[in-house]
Design a binder for this molecule. Sequence first.
Ligand code: ADP
Ligand code: MG
Length: 689
Amino acid sequence: MPLAPEDSVTRLGGVGPALAARLEKLGVRTVQDLVLLLPARYEDRTRVVPIGSLQPGQRAVVEGEILLAEVVRRRRPMLVVAFGDATGMLTLRFFHFTARQQQSLARGARLRCFGEARAGQRGLEMVHPEYQRAEPEEEPEAPALTPVYPGTEGLTQARLRQLVRLAWRALGQTLPELLPPGALAGRGLPSLDEALRLLHQPPPDEDVAALESGHHPARQRLALEELLAHQLAMRALRYRARRQAAWPLPGGPLVDRFIAALPFALTAAQQRVIAEVRRDLAAREPMMRLVQGDVGSGKTVVAAAAALQAVASGAQAAIMAPTELLAEQHHGNFRGWLEPLGVGVAWLSGSQPAAERRAALARIAAGEAAVVVGTHALFQDGVEFARLALAVIDEQHRFGVHQRLALTDKGTSAGRRPHQLIMTATPIPRTLAMATYADLDTSVIDELPPGRGEVRTVAMPESRRAEVIARIREACAAGRQAYWVCPLVEESDQLQAQAAEDTATLLAETLPELTVGLVHGRMKPADKERVMRAFKAGEIHLLVATTVIEVGVDVPRASLMIIENAERMGLAQLHQLRGRVGRGSADSTCLLLYKPPLSPTATTRLAAMRETNDGFRIARTDLELRGPGEVLGVRQTGLLSFKAADLARDQALMPLVRELADALLQRHPDAVAALTTRWIGVATRYGQV
Ligand code: ADP
Ligand code: MG
């Protein structure tokens, strides 16, 4: 009896709980998952290579006879096999072997082996080749390239290949076609069954490079379907959210008074985005809007205008930032802007003294504080809002999708869902945003406030430190300030803090005429704040910092930034750090110190930094270098782990994905559920929030 696609793998013969657990590590739970497990690469084992013609480094199939087999006892026993055909000889080495293996690898046995030939002490050898008796037990019907699947411990490639074949057969070599009829017409893409057959058993003359890079039409066919499934899941999320009611926030003259009182004129981009947000907030359905704007583009003012619209409508707004330092800065800004207008601002953070926290909670619950600024402590248990109608989340990429969902759940009260405004300084390329934020509307602040100086970026090897010191001396003598960002120590916060302390001591000795400050992640928030305040006030000339200054800190007089070990940092992070300078009218410089030799990726990153200040271009390069999960900060959440698709590679499919999503939602609703189940499996729960 054929199995159904959604049947558990344990329905397949020979698959017990232990094997099922291993398969689960590969994301494989159902029979269909096995069929959708796509090879990472292919090997041509259709040709048997004469041993005499093997070259070192060649991966090949050889066939021959065991001439000698013995267990050599060094520190650990090793099975050494001399193996030959009519043309030559080869040594096979096994460091791990069972008694049964030892028995079967006996003199006279004929084997077919696959492995990489390496130069050994006595001619060529293969270490742990795959092998089978020369009369193979199971061969594909027609000669085919051999697929190599993404592996996991305790599961050999031979077993995986066998399981995939078994699953495919159990399904009758077919999966239901879920794309609307005609969807693929004229696009050169094969049907699902054709695509799967080709991917698992490509004929020997197939274009291996296209298969492995994923540009092959068969792979594109599956990528299209998978992207479509994700798109549909997110549309469902959006649809469900929109069906809930929100407080309509019509606003009032308060917002205009705030804008009129600002010491600067809004840029055209800020005005446009504020208008978009205003329109959303006035509606009865919850706003779900992403505002993208490069560092320094002035997103905070947009958030404040939105918060005031809530306040003017008699409701509360919450502003959440990912770090204490940034939340503190927002708190300072908001108080400066809002209190003169008679609007109460409260502060909540994890490290706050208990009495202060209680007082803040009381003001929030009573509605005396109309605006609340804080870290994620804002949405922990025990925080009761009188009437929360807007949640602003700053620097969203650090929160990730799960937290975004949890947040709005928290805020929902009396059946009303808060409007959501998400602000990110990590610009997301348009196609990526379409693929990953289909549940959000997006606004872009694509203009910096006028009168900003240029930021010039220079990369130099760390051997030129003396030059760097001279630059700092010069800049500070001219009344400027400088940042020195310390190397990233991934292993530990403590080592990182230590490195920063050492650097600060050293710099203070080298530059005795300057005041050197230090801020790192292990300092108490109050101490950090004190140092930052002193730096802002110009009392500190040179601020030595770890990457805690990454987000949002605003010191217009700082015009020089030195980043040590820049080769170890990601592109988005470098761009964020650089955004700390160039906030005033003076020209600024960012010096990227690196330790040679540079890896190719590091070279590309540093070149991108030198060439452009445009966050969108940086983001595109970053996307190519690291992949979308990293760029969006959601690698661990699973929402972006694709089986067939690759967002960087398959961006060109997105317009078609959107078109198909529309068609399916309107005309084939049953296929929608089937598609999300097929590709996202349990993750369809995202659609049920
Ligand atoms: P980001 O988008 O990185 O969060 P901020 O909101 O922190 O940027 O703004 C950076 C700086 O620019 C702040 O000092 C802010 O007061 C200032 N600013 C914002 N909008 C304008 C404007 N239209 N004209 C001049 N300065 C502005
Ligand atoms: Mg900001």
